[in-house]
Design a protein around this ligand. Sequence first.
Ligand code: NAP
Length: 283
Amino acid sequence: MARAFVTGWPIGHSRSPLIHKHWLEMHGIEGDYLRHPSKVADFETFIQSFQQEGFLGGNVTLPHKEAACANIEKTDATAKRLGAVNTVWVENDTIIGGNTDGYGFTANLDEFAANWCDESRLKRGALVLGAGGAARAIIDALMQRGFQKITIANRTLPRAIELREMFGKPCCAIAYQDIKDAERNASIIVNTTSVGMAGSEQENETPLSLNGFASDVIVNDIVYTPLITPLLHEAKTRGMHAVDGLGMLLHQAVPGFEKWFGVRPEVTPELRAVLLADLGETS
Ligand code: NAP
């Protein structure tokens, strides 16, 4: 039977099995997608021998994304740029690693904010909140789409500076308190921090106030628990265009499924409903 995995530690919370099992059923494929817990000490062995365990490939999540990049024979251009792998597959007996987080991010915006890459919006630039792992994939995707200015704001400024140095020219690094009118003219704000995430100490907070930002700004939060985070709630209250983070999770799964099972699946309202039900969301 064709099988794929998601590996990480811990891995019990992963919603990837819901997504891939839905597509397997939709396409009538006799296959499976399993959680495979790997501790740090076991990961290298697993990622180099998953074929012997009967897997076609799979997803790699925290804390192994960087280790996967270092331990796989071949990586695609995106994974190389990011130094992190979230999807592995086999071609001509070679294990290949890719990174589809940026694809998921852009496909979500293409679906829910079709004008987000208009010429004038690329010129006004983007404001990225946070400088962790997810921010890297998002900054890379914004650069690939041609954003001419990308401001990275982070609580810990040296981490934002590190990303500015990694990505170069269109990026600048800033502390929240130094955000001024130039940054408030950004055409899109992307929250990649965990502020506003259910269960965190800051679940009722926003990473910054949207006061003074352009009224046509697109506000995207990649946190999807809850679906409408406090930041998205504020954006909606101000009449701004709010885009939730669930679509990023769904779209990032598409390329992997296609590599393993040979069919390009679709992100449909039905799939979204399956995830929303699991998240306990009604909208
Ligand atoms: P990470 O590497 O741990 O980075 C966390 C970021 O949040 C850092 O920039 C950190 O700032 C900031 N932060 C944490 N607490 C903060 C606070 N109280 N005030 C201000 N900033 C704070 O995490 P990650 O892997 O990038 O993931 C970030 C979030 O994105 C998570 O909630 C994750 O679930 C979500 N995510 C969603 C998707 C999706 O498909 N929708 C994909 C990936 C991740 P410091 O540097 O100052 O600590």
